[in-house]
Design a protein around this ligand. Structure first.
Ligand code: FMN
Length: 202
């Protein structure tokens, strides 16, 4: 069984419609730790050594956040800037994260049609998350495409919210229990594009 760390970054959780639901669906799972960065560091004074120890204790590191300006809320950028130190995360002796699986669980206001060369946002979600992928690569991590929930601005019916939350839960359980076909998962646009195609049944 693998241990999963969710680094959760939402600056206004009480107004969240989807991230709160995704989080609630997984936070009581065995082997899953949710670490709320805005709640832990309201002044942005990130405890680097605590964060590094948390990462070292987990096999899978997920950054869960709403998509803000084609990127992450500010605290996740701050986390990268401070925690991914030379000699720890990268560099000739920086191997603390080597081999750990990582991906983003992100939600976006824009719809799938708008994420592509002909859409308002010009690029696909996979393309827009390239800096995260390059960072993971530099740190020797095993990158997977994001678990993505798009189109939140079109309205999110309760049924859809429940369906996405359940898909997130099933994804995390399968990752924890080594039941994901990682090659298939890496090839997809998003992790949850075709969950049946990447999750091996028991
Ligand atoms: C500051 C800010 C920036 C945002 N930037 C984007 C963006 O670049 N692309 C997008 O699709 N949605 C963007 N949104 C919409 C959020 O992604 C969307 O409201 C969020 O995913 C909904 O999740 P929640 O209900 O958990 O807050 C932005 C929202 C805010 C407040």
């Amino acid at each position: 069984m693998k241990n999963i760390l969710i680094l959760f970054g939402h600056p206004a959780l009480r107004r969240s419609t989807i991230n709160a639901a995704l989080r609630e669906a997984v936070e009581t799972l065995d082997g899953v730790t949710v670490h709320d960065l805005y709640a832990s560091y309201p002044d942005f004074l990130i405890d680097v050594s605590h964060e590094q120890q948390l990462c070292e204790r987990h096999d899978i590191i997920i950054f869960q956040h709403p998509f803000y300006w084609y990127s992450t809320p500010a605290i996740i950028k701050e986390w990268f800037d401070l925690v991914l130190e030379h000699g720890w995360a990268y560099g000739s002796t920086g191997n603390a994260l080597h081999g750990k699986i990582t991906f983003q669980a992100l939600t976006a206001g824009g719809s799938q049609e708008n994420y592509g060369p002909d859409g308002l946002n010009l690029f696909t979600i996979r393309e827009l998350t390239a800096p995260f992928r390059a960072t993971a690569n530099l740190c020797g991590m095993d990158w997977l495409p994001p678990f993505a929930v798009l189109g939140i601005h079109q309205g999110l019916p309760d049924q859809a919210r429940v369906r996405h939350a359940e898909a997130y839960r099933q994804t995390l359980i399968a990752l924890r229990d080594n039941r994901i076909d990682l090659d298939q998962a890496r090839a997809g646009e998003w992790l949850n594009q075709d969950l049946n195609g990447i999750i091996n049944e028991v």
